[in-house]
Design a protein around this ligand. Structure first.
Ligand code: AMP
Ligand code: ZN
Length: 113
C-alpha cells in the first residue's frame, strides 16, 4: 500500500529494529516506546486494522499471535505483558496498517480507556 509507513518497513525502504521475521509476519521495536519492552507485530500484507479481519485473511492474524507468544517467551515476559491493537481514529490508531503492540517488562497500569 502506497504511503503506508509499515508497508515501507516491510519493503526495507524504512529501517526498523527487527525482532522477528518470516514470510508473512514482521516484528520490530516501537520507535517511541511506551513501556520497558514495546514491540509491534504486523502482518506483511497490508490490512487496515482489526476491522478488516475476515475469514479469508484471519490465518495471518492467528500467526501474529503465535509469534507474540514466541517473542514473549524469548524476551522472558513471563511476569506478564499486554497486547493492544488500536482500531480507528477514536482508538488513536495513528498507523493504518494492522499491528499488535506487545507491552511489557514492567508492571503496567490498568488503563483500558
Ligand atoms: P498506533 O498509534 O496504535 O497506530 O501505533 C502506531 C505505533 O507505531 C506508535 O506506537 C508509533 O510509535 C509506532 N511507529 C511509528 N512509526 C514507526 C517506525 N518507523 N518504527 C517503529 N515504530 C513506529
Ligand atoms: Zn501497510
Amino acid at each position: 500500500m502506497e504511503n503506508c509507513i509499515f508497508c515501507k518497513i516491510v519493503a526495507g525502504e524504512i529501517p526498523s529494529n527487527k525482532v522477528y521475521e518470516d514470510d508473512t509476519v514482521l516484528a520490530f521495536y516501537d520507535v517511541n516506546p511506551m513501556a520497558q519492552v514495546h514491540i509491534l507485530v504486523i502482518p506483511k500484507a497490508h490490512l487496515e486494522s482489526v476491522a478488516a479481519i475476515t475469514p479469508e485473511n484471519s490465518r495471518v492474524v492467528a500467526h501474529c499471535f503465535e509469534i507474540i507468544a514466541k517473542i514473549a517467551k524469548e524476551l522472558k515476559l513471563e511476569e506478564g505483558f499486554r497486547v493492544v491493537s488500536n482500531c480507528g481514529d477514536n482508538a488513536g490508531q495513528s498507523v493504518k496498517h494492522l499491528h499488535f503492540h506487545i507491552l511489557g517488562g514492567q508492571k503496567l497500569r490498568l488503563e483500558l480507556c
